[in-house]
Design a protein around this ligand. Structure first.
Ligand SMILES: [Ca+2]
Ligand SMILES: [Ca+2]
Ligand SMILES: [Ca+2]
Length: 159
């Protein structure tokens, strides 16, 4: 009797801890909870470890692979070697470089700065996948308006 009581207690204590990472995509270094900007592959409260930095608003270089010149966060299509929120310097540099590439490309297509600004930036998870996902530019709607500029610039008339 006492033993089954202990098992029951253990179960009750362990259950919430289990639920915190019960998602199929838990512990893959990518925060998959929609409330923290993830793709929503995990239900709220089931991808706790991966979302621990993002949910706390932390963005730092705590990853082992920080400052190695490569963005390793999944949320930026990186290698995933770093947990979301732990490869700040590399991912910031990568974003700056990507935006510069976008502006260069847009200018090469003959767009002026007003038109380029109107396209927005490339902060969407689905940017740079060769598919326009900005619904205001005839895209799929997988991205918020103004966050998939590079993919949508290709489909935008240049006149
Ligand atoms: Ca995850
Ligand atoms: Ca890195
Ligand atoms: Ca896209």
């Amino acid at each position: 009797m006492f033993r089954s009581f202990l098992i029951l207690i253990t179960f009750i204590i362990a259950l919430p801890a289990y639920a915190q990472n019960s998602c199929e995509y838990a512990n893959d270094n990518e925060c998959d909870e929609e409330r923290y900007g993830g793709q929503g592959y995990c239900e709220t409260g089931t991808d706790t470890t991966d979302c621990s930095l993002v949910s706390a608003g932390i963005n730092d270089d705590s990853c082992t692979f920080a400052n190695d010149g490569e963005c390793d966060e999944y949320r930026y299509n990186g290698s995933g070697a770093c947990m979301d929120g732990s490869d700040l310097t590399d991912c910031t540099a990568w974003q700056v470089e990507r935006e510069n590439n976008f502006v260069e490309r847009a200018r090469a297509l003959g767009l002026n700065d007003v038109a380029i600004n109107a396209l927005g930036d490339n902060t969407c998870r689905w940017s740079y996948d060769d598919e326009c996902d900005d619904p205001s530019l005839g895209g799929t709607g997988a991205c918020d308006v103004g966050t998939d500029a590079m993919d949508c610039v290709a489909s935008k008339p240049t006149n």
